[in-house]
Design a protein around this ligand. Structure first.
Ligand code: SF4
Length: 216
């Protein structure tokens, strides 16, 4: 299940990146790049349709589900409106409207930061968590991944990660990597520590994605 989630998360991120690069002229690409682009686009289209259908049942658009998914994966340093904007590569206006919808429907609540009152954290409510659990990734996507062998899934996961990293670097985007792969992640006798904030990290924190992540 973890791998299905991981591949789905990378795939949905790639949809956002593919739309950035759609302005590039495919006809000037060498053949293998053209094919790769078409594959990512087709997977993206497929996931978009599935997300649209899943969201419709709750009166939510695809972008609303992407916000909820992000908030279900990120850590406490990254659940802010600006981080959502960066992760989705969306405009501030789109994210602001989406947050209003999600708040009105009771899927998220806003909480002021205890140390810095200017910072607002976006917290998933129980209803918000339930939607993510129920509809993401779509069952059909899980079935497709489960039909592959373990080595195929592993290879897919690492190759998609490579592609995502290359796109992020080309677009100078933050990596939003998993905490335990960050250069600031420190193991102590008493547990884990973030070398950037000097705060303790739980096991759950270590498995979440972070806006401040920097690769080793
Ligand atoms: S160790 Fe890195 S990824 Fe983890 S919380 Fe600190 S800055 Fe974020």
């Amino acid at each position: 299940m973890f791998r299905v989630d991981t591949i789905y998360r990378i795939s949905t991120f790639l949809i956002c990146q593919a739309s950035i690069d759609s302005k590039l002229n495919l006809f000037f690409y060498p053949m293998n790049q053209n094919l790769l682009y078409q594959l990512v686009e087709r997977i993206g289209n497929f996931l978009r349709v599935e997300q649209r259908l899943a969201g419709k049942a709750f009166g939510l658009q695809e972008v609303h589900l992407q916000v909820l998914l992000y908030l279900s994966l990120c850590n406490r340093y990254s659940n802010t409106p600006i981080a959502v904007t960066e992760y989705l590569n969306a405009t501030k206006g789109t994210v602001s409207q989406s947050l209003k919808v999600l708040e009105t429907k009771g899927f998220i609540v806003k909480q002021n930061d205890t140390n810095d009152k200017r910072v607002v954290h976006l917290i998933l409510t129980e209803e918000g968590q339930k939607i993510i659990k129920d509809v993401i990734p779509p069952a059909i996507f899980g079935d497709a991944i489960n039909s592959l062998t373990s080595p195929q899934v592993k290879s897919l996961e690492s190759n998609l990660t490579l592609l995502l990293t290359a796109l992020q670097q080309a677009n100078q985007l933050r990596s939003f990597g998993v905490c335990q792969t960050c250069r600031f992640f420190t193991k102590k006798d008493s547990g884990f520590l973030c070398g950037l904030t000097q705060e303790s990290l739980s096991e759950d924190d270590a498995s979440r994605i972070c806006r401040e992540h920097e690769s080793l």
